[in-house]
Design a protein around this ligand. Structure first.
Ligand code: 3PG
Length: 306
């Protein structure tokens, strides 16, 4: 089968090498499309591919229309909001993700961003410590749980909200369960967001929630920019000069936020939560294995458009 690896933000060379080796050893042919400008190039490259490996690359109806032979798309990563699932289903294309494979990298970055903000972006002035502070984790899945566990090792007190988990599961993951979003924001000196971008979560975090945070609160977003109501964030930062926002997913109004609030806001220049050698290798190789299994046995264990 012909497998296309299409990554605008490429995997490491070592990960690409291992994915190639793995797929070729199973008799597949691999083509690589990296740093491509946009949809047109992907449409051209995917024409005769039977499988597609992507990261945050957008799989639109036009891409699926062009991909006449496509059977499976594997998003090497967790979030699959970049794939038009309805269109994929209509085209009979299986969509999978590789849950958990890049979680540690994202969790480490969330901790790093918290320290970076607590220490005033290393500006030389007196900062603060994480130890003894309360961390609220919004969604205690693969990434959230790792953030909670690492933060606990730093002496933080962890509380978490996750409607898909029982209290026992949250406690087993090292956190105290809370039962409402308002309660979570009201308690948390640091609040780390780990929810996906869905119609129900888009713009769900805004003025009302952010202003519930205690004095000096730091909101940390390594999830998706879409879950933030950017106008609400702006208003909250205007009214509460003690609040700060740090993110790995740059807001659309970042220039304005920086101009108004300076170092109280920080966004990484490019989403880099999953940009580690280990995460590239884990997620990329997992994607390759899932494709091999799909063609060899029909396995759709990680399908997200069932
Ligand atoms: C994910 O959903 O897995 C992360 O956001 C990482 O995305 P990336 O592969 O585009 O860095």
């Amino acid at each position: 089968m012909k497998i296309l690896i299409a990554t605008q933000k490429p995997f490491s060379a070592a990960a690409v090498h291992d994915i190639h080796e793995l797929l070729e050893a199973s008799g597949h042919e691999v083509e690589l499309l990296e740093k491509y400008p946009g949809e047109a190039e992907l449409c051209e490259a995917v024409k005769d591919a039977e499988a597609l490996i992507i990261r945050s690359d957008k799989v639109t109806p036009a891409v699926l229309d062009a991909a006449k032979k496509l059977k499976i798309v594997v998003r090497a990563g967790a979030g699959f909001d970049n794939v038009d699932l309805a269109a994929a289903t209509a085209h009979g294309v299986v969509v999978e993700n590789t849950p958990g494979q890049n979680s540690n990298a994202v969790a480490e970055l969330a901790i790093a961003l918290m320290i970076f903000m607590a220490r005033g972006q290393f500006d030389g002035k007196t900062g603060s410590e994480l130890q003894g502070k309360k961390l609220g984790v919004q969604a205690y899945g693969n990434v959230g749980r790792l953030v909670g566990q690492k933060a606990k090792a730093l002496g933080m007190d962890i509380c978490a909200l996750d409607p898909f988990l029982t209290d026992e599961q949250i406690i087993a993951g090292g956190a105290t369960p809370v039962h409402s979003i308002e309660e979570l924001y009201s308690q948390s000196n640091f609040l780390s967001i780990h929810i996906p971008a869905l119609p129900s979560t888009i713009k769900s975090i805004g003025y009302d929630l952010i202003t519930r945070m205690p004095t000096g609160g730091v909101l940390v977003n390594t999830a998706r920019k879409e879950v933030i109501d950017e106008e609400g964030l702006m208003k909250a930062l205007e009214e509460r000069p003690d609040l700060r926002y740090v993110t790995d997913v740059m807001p659309d109004n970042y220039a304005e936020l920086r101009e108004k609030f300076g170092n109280r806001v920080f966004a990484t220049p490019k989403k880099m939560g999953a940009q580690t050698a280990e995460a590239n290798l884990n997620a990329g190789v997992a994607a390759g294995r899932q494709i091999i299994d799909f063609f060899a046995t029909g396995s759709t264990k990680f399908q997200v458009n069932k």
